[in-house]
Design a protein around this ligand. Structure first.
Ligand SMILES: *[C@@H]1O[C@H](CO)[C@@H](O)[C@H](O)[C@H]1NC(C)=O
Ligand SMILES: *[C@@H]1O[C@H](CO)[C@@H](O)[C@H](O)[C@H]1NC(C)=O
Ligand SMILES: *[C@@H]1O[C@H](CO)[C@@H](O)[C@H](O)[C@H]1NC(C)=O
Length: 365
């Protein structure tokens, strides 16, 4: 992890996470210059490096200011931009929208102070540059980044499964005063893909919720090459956010994704993305966007807790897939077995599990 490589100031934030594999390198470049964004560049060389022309990057025309050396080693590039936060209330039958928080108009604290080289974490915390409603006077919005060295599962909920080819970002709204009595928030996420790569939103439902109690749906936004349809990269999340910094299952906040739009947008106003992909008029990349909305039927959870956190995994290749947990496998074995087998397995399971409790999982009966 490197903070602002080659730049001796912390007035802007750029975090370079370099992951070296046996025959390739993944470069994750997180930045809050412009709207908060991450650039993922995969290089087929173990020795590839990140190049930054800082003067150009901080200028109004940053095209070409960020590149990977040697350029010929680049196999794949993508970017994710967190563009806007919408807030609305449901008044009678219509939705009442409050002025939008445009994340490219936020001012961000120095990430340097939050860097943890052991845990591989960093935090981008910001407030609107102008806050006429005073909503942020006692709160902030943050993107918490975690890089991973190996495959494993997160301890805290939603306990996402990850690989060494992925990083997690947690979107956190803390202490921000809602502008309505039952405000709900929506995060707009834009992705930038090379042409020839198509995005697909997939929902996977499972009967198993041992790792994320009461949540049965996993969503994956997968980028696939149009020819051959192999997965190039993904965003993956559980259909939940949490209303507490130390989430328990009862802190669930419903999370829905509203349509994936192949937006005929120009490149999002994010300097890091423009700096890498150039200003070209959409010829070499396509931009899509998706809205992630938080809050169930009444939207009261945020009102009470003043805290919202949503985790999403970003990675190269196939998204990780959950297998059934041992508990569910044994339940299925019992259900599918003969009555005799049922009796045997049942009594054995009873013997072995007596006195033992599965973490945070209580069967209904
Ligand atoms: C600001 O936050 C603190 C701690 O969370 C809380 O005690 C206080 O009441 C808040 N003030 C306002 C004006 O919301
Ligand atoms: C919010 O609730 C208060 C009291 O319940 C009510 O007086 C006020 O009109 C409500 N405001 C909105 C915008 O609905
Ligand atoms: C997200 O929702 C807002 C408010 O309804 C809308 O203006 C915006 O176009 C939506 N974005 C996408 C990608 O659907």
């Amino acid at each position: 992890m490197q903070y602002n490589p080659g730049w001796n100031s912390s007035s802007v934030n750029l975090l370079h996470v370099r992951a070296v594999g046996p025959a390739d390198t993944l470069h994750f470049i997180w930045s809050s210059i412009g709207a908060p964004a991450v650039l993922l560049v995969v290089s087929g060389s173990r020795n590839s490096t990140l190049g930054i022309d800082w003067t150009r990057l901080l200028s109004p025309a940053p095209a070409g200011a960020v590149w990977i050396d040697p350029p010929s080693s680049v196999i794949y590039s993508t970017a994710v931009v967190f563009t806007k936060v919408f807030e609305y209330s449901e008044a009678k039958t219509e939705e009442l929208f409050y002025p939008t928080y445009d994340l490219s108009d936020f001012s961000w604290d120095s990430v340097n102070r939050t860097l943890n080289h052991t845990a591989l974490t960093a935090e981008f915390t910001g407030i609107p540059a102008a806050d006429p409603s005073g909503s942020f006077s006692n709160g902030s919005l943050a993107f918490r980044v975690t890089a991973y060295e190996a495959s494993s599962r997160d301890g805290p909920l939603p306990s996402l499964l990850h690989t060494a080819n992925s990083s997690k970002v947690e979107f956190v709204l803390a202490g921000v005063a809602p502008r309505g009595n039952s405000s709900r928030f929506v995060l707009e996420v834009a992705t930038v893909e090379e042409t020839g790569v198509a995005q697909k939103l997939r929902s996977t439902r499972s009967i198993d919720d041992e790792y994320t109690p009461t949540i049965f749906e996993t969503l994956s936004l997968v980028a696939e090459s149009r020819n051959g349809s192999s997965a190039r990269s993904f965003l993956q999340w559980k259909a939940t956010a949490y209303g507490s910094p130390s989430p328990r299952r009862e802190d669930n906040i419903q999370c829905r994704s509203r349509g994936l739009q192949a937006a005929n947008w120009t490149l999002p106003v994010s300097s890091i993305v423009r700096a890498y992909f150039g200003e070209g008029a959409g010829s070499t990349y396509t931009v899509s966007a998706i809205n992630i909305s938080f809050g169930g039927e009444d939207g009261k959870v945020y009102q009470e807790k003043r805290y919202l956190s949503w985790s999403v995994l970003l990675g190269f290749g196939q998204p990780p897939q959950d297998t059934f947990s041992p508990l569910v496998i044994s339940i299925m074995a019992v259900a599918l077995g003969t009555p005799l087998l049922m009796l045997l397995v049942g009594s054995c399971a009873l013997l072995f599990t007596q006195g033992k409790r599965y973490s945070d999982y209580e069967p209904i009966n």
